[in-house]
Ligand binder design. Structure first.
Ligand SMILES: [Zn+2]
Length: 349
């Protein structure tokens, strides 16, 4: 049984190829982070090596070894791959040495299985030399060796490499399918499964991490609490927060982008509650707060602030001054008449 959640089109295509015995020598799996690329690649490796009559069975020793990363003929090459001599410096790209090592291993017959599988994770991070080296390997396919490239941003991969692979696109998985899988396969309690399946934006990998590691949900709660505090704070506090975020941005850009993504989700929810569609919001655990807020903001204000968050994200991506961008964002938070005690900002209205 294929373990991946959703991806029925990709799975049935691969299943048909396996049944007909016409498996490609190289695949490119594309899709957003955590959508299931690694799982599909490992399931394919299982299907090609499984000992059962209906592969991948997921239960034979081969399937289990592959799932736990202990099969000698299935290797994952990526930034965390072994062979990084200086562990203190994290890799930024997949090096030509890694690809040469892989080629050497590919030239040897399978050690314990029927077929050798090399999975190149985050293939868009191949260095130019590594990609050229890989291209030569892909141009000269050898029997019982299969390469599976995984990429989120395939535009960073050379077109020549892409053209040598059978390309399979993995799409975000419907919320209901993820919720059912969390309930049935991971025994997550229904309320939590409902929340996580909405938060993961169609990416089951994130959902499973959140179901098994409480710190992810805890971090979200802290960030949302911070957000509601800022909405109710005065300008001085908001500017202090903007300053703090700008400092964070210089150390970890993706963290600030994550916070802004969370803000976007939250204000989108507010918009949905405001128009009476609260049944499809993401933050189901914040419905009461959102309902209260929706009474105090009009639709135009909510839409304008959503645009401001999107503009801030884009400006940060384009390397604008982070402090300035975030301060402007703080000034764009909709004002509510009911608030009292707020220091009015002079000359702005
Ligand atoms: Zn098996």
């Amino acid at each position: 049984m294929w373990q991946v959640i959703g991806q029925n089109r990709v799975v049935s295509l691969l299943q048909r190829s396996l049944e007909k015995g016409i498996v490609a020598h190289a695949y490119l799996l594309t899709g957003p982070p955590h959508v299931g690329k690694v799982t599909v690649a490992l399931n394919l490796a299982q299907a090609l090596n499984c000992e059962a009559t209906a592969p991948p069975c997921g239960e034979c020793s081969t399937c289990q070894k592959i799932a736990s990363g202990k099969h000698a003929d299935v290797q994952i090459i990526g930034l965390t791959s072994d062979g990084n001599s200086d562990k203190s410096k994290p890799r930024k790209e997949i090096s030509i040495e890694q690809i040469r090592e892989m080629e050497h291993s590919a030239s040897l017959p399978p050690f314990e299985g029927k077929c050798k599988i090399f999975i190149i994770d985050k293939a868009e991070l191949l260095s130019i030399e590594a990609a050229n080296c890989l291209l030569k390997t892909l141009e000269e396919p050898t029997g019982n060796v299969i390469f599976t490239l995984l990429a989120t941003n395939e535009k960073f991969l050379p077109a020549t490499v892409i053209s040598r692979c059978q390309r399979l696109e993995l799409s975000p998985v419907p919320t209901a399918e993820i919720e059912a899988a969390l309930n049935d396969r991971w025994s997550v309690e229904p309320q939590k499964a409902k929340l996580i399946s909405r938060l993961c934006h169609g990416c089951p990998g994130w959902a499973i991490s959140a179901a098994t590691d409480d710190s992810l949900l805890q971090q979200r709660v802290e960030r949302l609490d911070e957000l509601t505090d800022i909405i109710n704070a005065d300008y001085e506090e908001r500017f202090a927060y903007a300053n703090q975020m700008a400092t964070q941005f210089s150390q970890n850009r993706s963290l600030v982008q994550e916070v802004l993504d969370l803000w976007l989700d939250y204000w989108r929810d507010l918009l949905l509650v405001r128009i009476g569609s609260s049944d499809i919001i993401t933050s189901v655990d914040r419905l009461a707060t959102l309902t209260e807020m929706a009474k105090e903001c009009n639709l135009a204000q909510i839409k304008a602030f959503i645009n401001s968050i999107q503009a801030a994200k884009e400006q940060l991506r384009l390397n604008a001054n982070p402090r300035l961008v975030l301060e402007v964002l703080m000034l764009s938070i909709p004002e509510k008449e009911r608030r009292s005690g707020r220091t009015p900002l002079p000359n702005l209205r």
